[in-house]
Structure formats: structure tokens, C-alpha cells
Design a protein around this ligand. Structure first.
Ligand code: SAM
Length: 403
């Protein structure tokens, strides 16, 4: 029989194990949940010493039972709908503007999967034909991931607070819905702990939702998790957090939109490079002249391909795609082999519905890029190797042809 003191030791150790595995601060760990698990083990005749010994092994069944008991899995479709509107209206156009042919989302701390499927439905509904969508959902709780993979939900997953913003499921029985096959097909689930970096095989993401997870974490654990999340974003990608989870932008990210939106963006490399500081011009003292000649001002510097391209990008960002396209046309008359501009214009043509023109340009991008050494860095708003242009054009032409 275990003494009261020993039981208290087990409870205290159990809380430590939960906190180190999850990142939870002590006050966020439900005492009744921990108590229930420990008492059930003691009631089965196990001694406090046995339990303490088992708690030395964080992957052991007792630790798993504790995690399952304390992890809160509350979630529903299109939770915080304003963040899904932001995804549709800001994040998707931004990713397409970067020329993405695949949009990748991550629901970090996805619980039973409603958030991951909502992200996938939103992306699928917003991207033009030919652009692929991939969504990853990760969570620490294996049991919830099983529910997520099943993709069948009851009324509790459909709440008034989360309006059905994009097609997502079919009614299969009274009060039961099943996720549409087209949405399921682009979502994968994997176990993952936010205290560790995401496995490299999962790649990087245009958008990450990590909501109502960090709210349970200790301040140190929040910083660790935010570091992993920020590093998994592509430049220009967005991180969306829960309503009160941080009060200032995570390191390396900038806030976008109103504070209550809790949306953060990873800047593009060109936004991080400070403009070159002009070198001070040291003039020789002018010899005395009886009469001063009036000289014409120096001609403005000739525009560069990268400069014009950057101007076109600014126009795209301000919504003036037509202006951007005509600027890119002028650019290409002057710099005929400038691959980044060709790719940009092809994507603009595709978005404007001028498919043939887009294809013709993409063929030129592919053929020109194929003639260059794959690792040759092409100067553009973002310096990228020739193989990037070849792969992008190939993907565009192949997907477009299948479609
Ligand atoms: C309240 S749910 C949030 C679900 C969804 N993100 C939403 O906002 O609707 C929190 C989820 O975070 C998971 N979680 C907690 N700590 C975690 C950690 N360290 N790593 C990964 N997932 C964790 C829990 O298992 C739980 O499923």
C-alpha cells in the first residue's frame, strides 16, 4: 500500500513529466486529469515506487496516458473565421504572386483535424486550376490523429461560430458529416511535438496555423515552438496564431493586419536587405574661374532589369496587375533574356485568363533555362538558380497539360 506522501510524490513527478513533454506551464495542467490517471494505476494495485520508476521513461505507457488525459482537443471547422478570410484574401494571392505552383499549409496542433481540413478547403477553393494544394496536420495526441484520418465528424465540429466558408463535407447520416474526397486527398496527418523542429521531410509552408496551442505553454516553451514555426515558413509566408497567444511578433516575423488577427509574415530576402548607402562624394576644390559655365544635370541612371521587375512586383502587390504586365512587357523588350521577368509575366497572363500567351512564355522560360548550367544564379528580385526556372516552367506546363 502506498503512503499519502508517496502518492503526492507520484503526482508531483507526473506533472513534471507532462510539463517537459508538452511545454505546458504547471498551472495549465489539469490537477484532476493527472490525479485520475495516477489513482487508476494505484487502484490496479501498482505501488507508488513502480509508478515513479515508470515515470523515469517519458515514452512509457503511463506518460502517454497522462498526456492523453491533459491535452485539450477542443476544435471545430472554420474556427476564427476572420483568419480563414485572411487566408483566402491575403495569403493565397501573396503566394500566387510569388509564382507558386503549389500552396502548402500546416495545421500545427491540429487535434482531430477540423482545422487542417478547413485550411485545405479554403486553399482549394481559392487557387486557380493547375495550382496544387498540400496540407499537413500534426499533433502530439496519436488518438486524435486517428480521428483526423477518419475524417467523419459530428455536430460538435460544426458550430455557429465557424461558418462553412468553403465546400468541405457531405452529410452521411443524421448529424454526421464526412470530409469531401477532394479535400481529404490533399491532407496528411503526422505526429509531431512543437517543442522539436518539424521533420525536414515535411518541407516548408506558405501558411501555418498554430492556434489555441501555445496558450497552455510556459513562456520558454512558447519561444521554442515559435522558433520552429517561423523556420518552417517560406519567405513571404504567414503564421496565424490564436487570439491572445503572443503580444508581439515572433522573432524574424512582422505583424500584418490588426493585432487581434494575430497574423505574422516572414519577410522576403529583398525586404531585409537595406538599400545601399550612397558613397560620400569627395570633391576636389574647384579652381577659381572668372565665369561659371552652366552644365546640364546628369542623366538619370538607366533602369535595370531587376529594378523594373521590382517595380512590377510593387504594382502587383498594390493590385495593379495590368500595369505590372505592361511594365514587364517593356522590360522584356529591353532585356530579352531576363528569365525572372518572363516567368512573372507568364503567371500574370495565366491569371488574366490568357492561357496561350502564358504557355508560350513558359516554353521560352523552360528552353532558355535548360540551356544554362543548372546552378547558375540568375539575378532577380530574389537571386535563384537556373534549375528553379526550369523546374517551375516544367511544373506549370505539365500541370496545365494534365488539366
Ligand atoms: C485546443 S486544441 C487546438 C486545435 C486547433 N488548432 C484549433 O485551434 O481549433 C490544442 C491541440 O494542441 C495539441 N498540443 C498540445 N501541446 C502540443 C505540443 N507540444 N506539440 C504538438 N501538439 C500539441 C493538443 O494535443 C491539442 O490537440
Amino acid at each position: 500500500m502506498s503512503s499519502g506522501v508517496e502518492s503526492q510524490q507520484v503526482l508531483a513527478r507526473a506533472r513534471e513529466v507532462v510539463s517537459s513533454c508538452t511545454g505546458f506551464r504547471d498551472t495549465a495542467i489539469s490537477p484532476t486529469a493527472v490525479d485520475r490517471v495516477v489513482r487508476a494505476e494505484l487502484a490496479r494495485g501498482r505501488s507508488a515506487m513502480e509508478l515513479l520508476a515508470e515515470l523515469q521513461r517519458p515514452g512509457a505507457p503511463l506518460a502517454r496516458a497522462l498526456l492523453d488525459a491533459v491535452l485539450v482537443g477542443e476544435t471545430y471547422f472554420f474556427r476564427h473565421p476572420e483568419q480563414f478570410r485572411f487566408l483566402a484574401n491575403e495569403a493565397v494571392p501573396a503566394a500566387l504572386g510569388r509564382g507558386n505552383l503549389t500552396l502548402r499549409g500546416w495545421s500545427a496542433g491540429c487535434a482531430s483535424g477540423e482545422e487542417a481540413y478547413s485550411i485545405a478547403a479554403c486553399l482549394q477553393n481559392m487557387v486557380p486550376p493547375g495550382v496544387r494544394v498540400e496540407v499537413l496536420g500534426t499533433d502530439l495526441h496519436e488518438g486524435r490523429l486517428e480521428l483526423a484520418r477518419r475524417g467523419v465528424y459530428g455536430n460538435w465540429s460544426r458550430r455557429e461560430a465557424g461558418p462553412l466558408l468553403h465546400p468541405l463535407y457531405l452529410e452521411v447520416a443524421e448529424g454526421r458529416v464526412s470530409i469531401l474526397d477532394s479535400v481529404r486527398a490533399v491532407v496528411r496527418f503526422a505526429q509531431g511535438n512543437l517543442l522539436e523542429p518539424l521533420a525536414e521531410v515535411h518541407g516548408s509552408f506558405d501558411v501555418i496555423f498554430c492556434r489555441n496551442v501555445l496558450t497552455y505553454f510556459s513562456p520558454d516553451a512558447v519561444q521554442v515552438a515559435l522558433g520552429h514555426l517561423a523556420r518552417a515558413l517560406v519567405p513571404g509566408g504567414f503564421l496565424l496564431l490564436g487570439t491572445v497567444e503572443v503580444d508581439h511578433p515572433p522573432a524574424g516575423l512582422v505583424r500584418v493586419g490588426a493585432p487581434e488577427l494575430q497574423a505574422f509574415r516572414r519577410p522576403l530576402p529583398r525586404e531585409l536587405t537595406p538599400p545601399p548607402t550612397p558613397k560620400p562624394v569627395i570633391r576636389e576644390p574647384e579652381p577659381f574661374r572668372a565665369s561659371l559655365r552652366v552644365t546640364a544635370p546628369p542623366p538619370p541612371p538607366a533602369p535595370t532589369a531587376v529594378g523594373l521587375h521590382t517595380e512590377a512586383l510593387q504594382r502587383i502587390e498594390s493590385g495593379d496587375e495590368t500595369g505590372a504586365a505592361s511594365l514587364l512587357e517593356k522590360l522584356l523588350q529591353q532585356f530579352r533574356d531576363y528569365l525572372p521577368g518572363m516567368l512573372e509575366l507568364a503567371l500574370l497572363r495565366e491569371r488574366a485568363g490568357a492561357r496561350e500567351a502564358a504557355f508560350a512564355l513558359m516554353h521560352t522560360v523552360r528552353d532558355n533555362a535548360a540551356r544554362l548550367p543548372p546552378d547558375l544564379i540568375i539575378e532577380g528580385p530574389e537571386p535563384l538558380p537556373a534549375r528553379f526556372y526550369r523546374a517551375s516552367a516544367d511544373a506549370f506546363l505539365t500541370l496545365g497539360a494534365i488539366e
